[in-house]
Design a protein around this ligand. Structure first.
Ligand SMILES: CC(C)(COP(=O)(O)OP(=O)(O)OC[C@H]1O[C@@H](n2cnc3c(N)ncnc32)[C@H](O)[C@@H]1OP(=O)(O)O)[C@@H](O)C(=O)NCCC(=O)NCCS
Length: 321
C-alpha cells in the first residue's frame, strides 16, 4: 500500500471539510456567512426549522463559492449557481471548463465538498450512528431493497463476491459485531450515494443496477488517507472508468468521493490514480472559512433574527458536536 502519495495535482481537485456540529455562530459570523451566498439560498436556509440543518446547508453554499473562486478564479460577485430539476447545484457562468464539477454533502457533524476541474464528481458523508428506536437487524430489513445480494454479503459478513462471481474477498471472522456491520452498511451507502450524486439525476437510477465490491475489506478511521480501489459493476458490467475514494473524516464519519471519466483529454497531468491511497480532506476552522469568503450583498439582521431563536435539533435528539 502506498501512503502519502498525492496522485493528482491539487489545482485540479479539491477535498474540503467543515465541522458545522461544533460551530455556534455569533451574530457577526452568521450575517457575514449569509451575505456571502446568493439571496435565494439565504431564503432557503432561513426556512429550516433547526439550527443544525441551517448551518449544514449554509456552510455548503460557502464552500461551493470558495471552490469556484479557488479552482476557476471567478470573482465572488460574479459566481452564479443554479440547481437542476433534481436539485443538483451547477455553475451558470460562461467559459467554465466543460468537465468542471463540484458537489457537497452534509450529515452528522460535517459538511464536505469535492470538486474536479475535468470530470464529474459526487460526494457523500455519513455518521455511523446506531438507528434510533430500533435494532440494527430490523433496520437492515427495512433497508433490504437498497443493496444487492453481494453487497449484503459484504455488510453482514465482511466478505464479498463480485457480481460476476469471479473473485471472493478474504473472509473476516464470522462473528462480526453489529457495529462493524453498521460501518460496512454506511460504507456501501456512501458509495451508492456518491455515484448517484455524480450522475446528478437523484434516485431515478434503480439502486439494484449498481453493485460495489470493496477491494480493501475494512476502512480504518486512524488513517488520514482515502482508499482507492472499490469496484463498481453497473448492470452486471465492470465500470472501470469510475473511481471511488473512501475514508474517514474522524472516528465516526465516513466519506466517499465518486469521480467520473475525464471529460477533456487536453491535460496530460490529469491521469487516473495509480496508487491504492490518495490525499485526504482539508479541514477548515470557522475563521479560515469566513475570512476567505466575500460578501456579495449587504448584511440583513433579519437572517440572524430568524436563525437565533431556533432549536439546535428536534426534541429528543442529541446535537452534533
Ligand atoms: C438528494 C440526494 C441526491 C442526496 O440526498 P442526501 O444524501 O440526503 O444529501 P447530501 O447531504 O449527501 O447532499 C445534499 C446536497 O447534495 C446536492 N444535491 C441535491 N440534489 C442533488 C442531485 N440530484 N445530485 C447531486 N447533488 C445533489 C445539494 O447541494 C444538497 O445540499 P443543499 O440542498 O444544502 O445545497 C438523493 O440521493 C436522495 O434523495 N437520497 C435519499 C437517500 C437514499 O435512499 N439513498 C440511497 C442510498 S443506498
Amino acid at each position: 500500500m502506498i501512503f502519502g502519495k498525492v496522485v493528482r495535482p491539487s489545482a485540479m481537485s479539491l477535498r474540503w471539510a467543515f465541522r458545522y456540529g461544533s460551530w455556534n455562530p455569533t451574530e457577526e459570523e452568521w450575517l457575514k456567512a449569509c451575505a456571502s451566498v446568493q439571496l435565494e439560498e439565504c431564503h432557503r436556509v432561513s426556512q429550516f426549522c433547526y439550527k443544525r440543518d441551517a448551518k449544514a446547508s449554509l456552510v455548503g453554499r460557502l464552500l461551493l463559492r470558495k471552490a469556484v473562486s479557488s479552482l476557476l478564479g471567478i470573482p465572488y460577485k460574479e459566481i452564479i449557481f443554479n440547481r437542476t430539476a433534481a436539485g443538483k447545484p451547477f455553475l451558470m457562468n460562461s467559459g467554465v471548463p466543460a468537465g468542471f464539477s463540484v458537489n457537497i454533502s452534509h450529515q452528522g457533524s460535517f459538511t464536505v465538498l469535492a470538486a474536479e476541474i475535468d470530470r464529474q464528481v459526487g460526494i457523500d458523508t455519513m455518521d455511523i450512528a446506531r438507528p434510533a428506536n430500533t435494532s440494527i437487524q430490523y433496520f437492515f430489513r427495512l433497508m433490504s431493497s437498497k443493496f444487492t445480494e453481494s453487497e449484503w454479503e459484504y455488510i453482514r459478513n465482511g466478505s464479498s463476491i463480485s457480481p460476476q462471481r469471479e473473485c471472493a474477498l478474504p473472509n473476516s471472522p464470522a462473528d462480526c459485531t453489529e457495529q462493524e456491520q453498521l460501518g460496512r452498511f454506511y460504507r456501501m451507502w456512501c458509495l451508492k450515494e456518491s455515484f448517484i450524486k455524480a450522475d446528478g439525476k437523484g434516485l431515478q437510477i434503480s439502486l439494484q443496477r449498481m453493485s460495489f465490491t470493496p477491494v480493501e475489506p475494512g476502512l480504518s478511521p486512524s488513517e488520514n488517507m482515502l482508499s482507492v480501489g472499490t469496484v463498481l459493476h453497473f448492470d452486471g458490467a465492470l465500470s472501470s472508468s469510475w473511481q471511488f475514494h473512501e475514508g474517514y473524516l474522524d472516528d465516526t464519519h465516513l466519506v466517499c468521493v465518486c469521480i467520473g471519466p475525464e471529460v477533456t483529454a487536453a491535460n496530460p497531468l490529469s491521469s487516473s490514480p495509480t496508487s491504492s491511497m490518495t490525499n485526504c480532506f482539508t479541514h477548515f476552522t470557522v475563521e479560515q472559512l469566513l475570512d476567505s469568503v466575500e460578501e456579495i450583498h449587504p448584511k440583513d439582521r433579519k437572517w440572524w433574527n430568524e436563525f437565533e431563536p431556533r432549536e439546535e435539533v428536534p426534541r429528543g435528539q442529541s446535537a452534533p458536536t
